[in-house]
Design a protein around this ligand. Structure first.
Ligand code: ADE
Length: 224
């Protein structure tokens, strides 16, 4: 899989992808992440990528030219499954979207900034608009990291134990059950006996019941 991220703050993203599971996924060849500095596609000496909004009002708008140039260059090199724009007015991101996107080949993710991007980009280049929640960030970079992380960890082979992604919260519209590790007794706070019993079937059943109970009390909306 290949993910191309277009941003005017490339350094913010570089460090995120240089660590832990995301780094290992790239080193092992499961995914290639390329971060593109929008300023490299600017047509003026000041490397300007934003301008005042037509009609007035506060806030700058990312210009169409540098973004169009970058997207067209990438699209001339390969076919993209989606050109995603990170924006608070996009479709709310959920696990099922992460699952679907993890099965694609090539993705472009455009990070918005300031007051957003020229609307003509959304009309003519963007195929999917994603929000990570009903709050406004100062740019789409963090949101792009959030979705890229959730997608990359689902690519087969990325997690050591492939089944661990299958037992994540939300994977069957259920929250994950509680987990414990050593010691079995910490200052009198004990791990549930069932988990030490060695009875796989009973443990599985207990975990399912815990998931159900957790979902019922914390996120009943998921069971509707
Ligand atoms: N850019 C700014 N806020 C955002 C959000 N909530 N989701 C996605 N992109 C954003």
């Amino acid at each position: 899989m290949r993910i191309d991220i277009i941003t005017c703050l490339p350094r913010l993203l570089d460090s995120f992808f240089a660590h832990s599971i995301l780094k290992r996924a790239q080193d092992a060849g499961h995914v290639e992440v390329q971060v593109h500095d929008l300023r490299d596609y600017s047509s003026n000496k000041q490397r300007q990528v934003d301008d005042y909004a037509f009609g007035g009002g506060a806030g700058m708008v990312l210009m169409i030219e540098p973004i169009a140039k970058c997207i067209r260059k990438l699209q001339a090199e390969r076919t993209y499954d989606e050109v995603i724009y990170m924006t608070p007015d996009g479709q709310r991101f959920e696990q099922k979207t992460a699952n679907r996107l993890s099965m694609t080949e090539n993705l472009i993710i455009l990070c918005g900034h300031y007051k957003g991007v020229d609307e003509r980009l959304r009309e003519h280049f963007i195929t999917k608009e994603i929000s990570i929640g009903d709050y406004v960030l100062s740019g789409g970079e963090l949101a792009a990291c959030v979705i890229a992380d959730s997608i990359i960890r689902l690519i087969p082979g990325v997690l050591n134990d492939e089944t661990s992604a299958l037992t994540d919260s939300f994977q069957d519209n259920l929250l994950a059950p509680p987990v414990y590790t050593r010691p079995a007794d910490f200052e009198g706070w004990k791990v549930p006996d069932i988990l030490l019993s060695g009875h796989d079937a009973k443990i599985s059943d207990w975990r399912f019941q815990q998931s159900l109970e957790r979902t019922r009390t914390r996120r009943p909306d998921l069971l509707d």
